[in-house]
Design a protein around this ligand. Structure first.
Ligand SMILES: Nc1ncnc2c1ncn2[C@@H]1O[C@H](COP(=O)(O)OP(=O)(O)OP(=O)(O)O)[C@@H](O)[C@H]1O
Ligand SMILES: [Mg+2]
Length: 258
């Protein structure tokens, strides 16, 4: 079973957007997807527009019994291929530092549950606190998300370092399989420069193509619908994520990673 966790140190770079884009592409390819919203801001939950919710990732982490996450799985508003474990604001209370064992709470809670899906996608908060550690400890692969801005290289470096720390301490199978560059404005010299810089530093990790900046992304997320349900520009964004998903999926199969 594939479990991808989206990480970035900085807020607002597109972790949630990439989570949603990958969920959409995977579902379109016939994969059963479970999205686990690990951010108290609950943006992925809003984007997936679940008709009802009962328990959240905060409850799951608080309980942490073997397989207990099954109780919190709910249908999304996107149809039968995408399910969700929603987040709510109280998840913030779980972001205090814990011991090594507490990083494994999510992994234990997901035991067995994740087997019902082809792909689990975990959307993390913009910090490397306890909740992100749980997301990484429960994953098979990590995907770093960055904007092509001034802090892109340093941010990617720190996120990869965080992945290495979790791998060495709690999850030996964890591999970073890609850096997704989001919000690219291809005409901006600064963006071109930052992408080139990232490609030079991490030639095998940068995922092609970068995700362009498109206002339809915000509209679709606000409306709680897949990108593809949002006209021609939404469909174009959907095709970009098909390529990003295809590339990441290929890497999980061929072992290109670090
Ligand atoms: N490629 C893009 N084009 C246009 N808007 C985008 C793009 N990517 C993200 N956004 C918008 O930018 C905002 C932040 O993106 P997103 O929520 O995906 O980032 P995040 O890394 O998950 O943020 P946080 O750290 O707060 O969880 C959202 O309003 C989103 O709709
Ligand atoms: Mg987010």
């Amino acid at each position: 079973m594939l479990a991808l966790t989206m990480v970035a140190l900085k807020g607002g770079v597109g972790k949630t957007t990439v989570t949603l884009g990958l969920a959409e592409s995977a579902a379109n390819n016939g994969l059963r997807v479970l999205v686990v919203d690990l951010d108290p801001q609950a943006n992925a939950t809003l984007g997936l527009n679940p008709p009802t919710t009962r328990f959240s990732t905060g409850d799951v982490l608080a309980d942490a019994r073997d397989g207990v996450a099954a109780d919190a799985v709910t249908a999304s508003g996107w149809g039968p291929m995408v399910d969700l474990i929603p987040a709510e604001a109280s998840l913030e209370h779980r972001n205090r530092p814990g011991d090594a064992a507490s990083a494994l709470r999510l992994r234990r809670a997901l035991r067995g549950v994740a087997d019902d899906y082809d792909l689990v996608l975990m959307d993390c908060p913009p910090s490397l606190g306890e909740v992100t550690r749980n997301g990484l400890a429960a994953a098979s692969h990590a995907v770093v998300v960055t904007e092509p801005g001034y802090f892109a290289l340093a941010g990617a470096e720190q996120a990869l370092e965080a992945v290495t720390v979790v791998r060495d301490n709690t999850n030996l199978r964890l591999r970073a399989i890609g850096i997704v560059v989001n919000r690219l404005r291809a005409t901006l010299g600064e963006h071109k420069y930052r992408v080139a810089e990232l490609e030079q530093a991490y030639p095998s990790l940068i995922v092609q193509p970068p995700v362009p900046e498109r206002s339809v992304i915000q509209r679709a997320e606000g409306a709680g619908v897949p990108f593809r349900a949002s006209g021609r520009s939404g469909a174009a964004v959907g095709r970009v994520f098909d390529q990003v998903f295809g590339e990441l999926y290929r890497r999980t199969q061929t072992g290109v990673s670090r």
